[in-house]
Design a protein around this ligand. Structure first.
Ligand SMILES: Cc1cc2nc3c(=O)[nH]c(=O)nc-3n(C[C@H](O)[C@H](O)[C@H](O)COP(=O)(O)OP(=O)(O)OC[C@H]3O[C@@H](n4cnc5c(N)ncnc54)[C@H](O)[C@@H]3O)c2cc1C
Ligand code: SF4
Ligand code: SF4
Ligand code: SF4
Length: 418
């Protein structure tokens, strides 16, 4: 039995662990037409060992929700302001990775490759190497090579792996099956989902054309140039055809990449009703942005740090000298996350949007026009109001959001994570 077996009960998460565990290299990871990484099996090579299935989410009947009463949450941010400034929330992933390197672990994380404009799983063994892990890259990473190295050496080395819940789930399954889980540390992220890489490809190519770029020097998916909390700002630095350094900062409203992302329509199939973003059973610690009312006036960044295992507790105690932290309640955090939520998207619209996004001749602006036309009038009006609020000074935005959260909590409705 291999991962193509008909008994699968869920769609593929693109975690790529099947490609890493296969002992005869029968699985290759490739992008499909819709822009998601998928495994392809060479059936002539497959020896039917079943190893790939043992780490695969598609077949697992035993996944269950976590009892949050057994978990703990703290709000935390690095004491070093340089770390907070150059990371996505409070910089806790970076503080942890540094600590793990000092303790002799190899860290697995995701870096951005500016030559090919893709996110890639990498293994780092020095403070210098983990710098490229800073900041979330809101696209699927090509991680099979890093995971192959982990599989090959996980008996002799100690790894601290940072990744999305679907990646961490698959690695946990593999290590647990081999009775190696205790030698390694797993850290995952609160997760809204991963969009089609075709969206990012169109977006970054538009920026390259606009700036007449010869070479991309750096990409930040969520810069804090306008502060943390209310904005998703993409910053791209390029060298143009004349050899000048030029910078792109995405607009305050109507950023095409994030409009697509938060439509939920172009996320991976498995992200629609993902069980893994709603369970904490496979990770030691889960990190996220501490959205919600508690830190609404903080504009530098706060991480929500969920401690899931006794080992996670020990790890957090080990970094307490380097971070500011406050014990928190899940009720101040979870309602502002996609944790445990399913998205109900229209399948026909999703299909058409993915088709448009995969067509090289359709600009991203046209894909968005199609999407906007499908929205009900009420949603369009709400989006206009939201955009008008985003144009206000950051202190006014915070106050407005705080009022909106209070009104919504009175009506017992879940606030959006966007
Ligand atoms: C696709 C995606 C969706 C997310 N959705 C949410 C959400 O809904 N709510 C929320 O609170 N937080 C979400 N996060 C997590 C959040 O963006 C921050 O990564 C987290 O708060 C940790 O930030 P930090 O400041 O501690 O460190 P950072 O330096 O920002 O940490 C980034 C860490 O994430 C890893 N990483 C970066 N890109 C990827 C990737 N594509 N795949 C796997 N690992 C990656 C890096 O290796 C590093 O360890 C998401 C992250 C990603 C990548
Ligand atoms: S979910 Fe992961 S392990 Fe399963 S088929 Fe997809 S990439 Fe492979
Ligand atoms: S069953 Fe074994 S040999 Fe076949 S694809 Fe899966 S891991 Fe590879
Ligand atoms: S929502 Fe689930 S399947 Fe999608 S990227 Fe996040 S953890 Fe993976």
């Amino acid at each position: 039995m291999n991962i193509d077996d008909k008994s699968q009960i869920r769609p593929c998460t693109s975690c790529q662990m099947c490609g890493a565990v296969c002992p005869v290299d029968a699985i290759t990871i490739r992008l499909d037409d819709n822009g998601f990484y998928r495994p392809q099996i060479d059936i002539n090579k497959c020896i039917d060992c079943g190893l790939c299935v043992k780490s695969c989410y598609k077949f697992d009947h035993s996944i269950s929700k976590s009892d949050l009463a057994n978990k703990k949450i703290v709000a935390a941010w690095a004491k070093n302001p340089e770390i907070v400034e150059s990371t996505t929330s409070g910089g806790i992933a970076d503080v942890l990775a540094r600590k793990f390197i000092d303790e002799g672990y190899d860290c697995v994380g995701v870096a951005y490759n500016t030559d090919d404009n893709v996110a890639e799983g990498k293994i780092a063994s020095s403070h210098e190497e983990i710098l490229s892990f800073r900041g979330s890259k809101y696209i699927q990473s090509y991680s099979v090579d890093a995971f192959k190295e982990l599989v090959k050496t996980s008996k002799d080395k100690r790894f601290a792996v940072f990744g999305l819940p679907c990646q961490i789930y698959a690695i946990d399954r593999y290590l647990t099956n081999r009775k190696l889980r205790d030698n390694h540390i797993l850290i995952d992220l609160y997760c809204h989902g991963c969009p089609s890489i075709n969206v990012w490809e169109k977006y970054i190519n538009d920026i390259k054309t606009k700036l007449r770029a010869k070479k991309i020097l750096s990409v930040n998916f969520r810069s804090k140039v306008r502060g943390w909390g209310s904005f998703y700002v993409v910053v791209v630095v390029v060298e143009d055809v004349n050899g000048n350094r030029r910078k792109y900062i995405s607009p305050k409203i109507k950023d095409e990449f994030y409009e697509m992302f938060f439509s939920d329509l172009v996320l991976n199939d498995s992200c629609q009703d993902c069980m893994l973003r709603g369970t904490l059973e496979y990770t030691d610690i889960r990190l996220g942005d501490f959205w919600g009312k508690s830190y609404i006036n903080n504009h530098t960044g706060v991480s929500g740090v969920t401690i899931s295992t006794p080992r996670g507790q020990k790890i957090f105690e080990g970094i307490q000298g380097e971070v500011n932290f406050e014990r928190q309640e899940f009720s101040n955090f979870i309602p502002y996350q996609s944790y445990g939520r399913d998205y109900s998207v229209n399948k026909e619209i999703r299909c058409e949007l993915l088709r448009l996004v995969s067509s090289p001749s359709t600009p991203l602006s046209q894909c968005l026009k199609y999407y906007n036309r499908t929205l009900p009038i009420k949603t369009r009006i709400f989006a206009i109001i939201k955009n008008l609020i985003k144009l206000l000074p950051i202190s006014v935005i915070s106050r407005t959001k705080s009022i909106l959260y209070s009104i919504r909590s009175l009506g017992c409705k879940r606030p959006s994570t966007a």
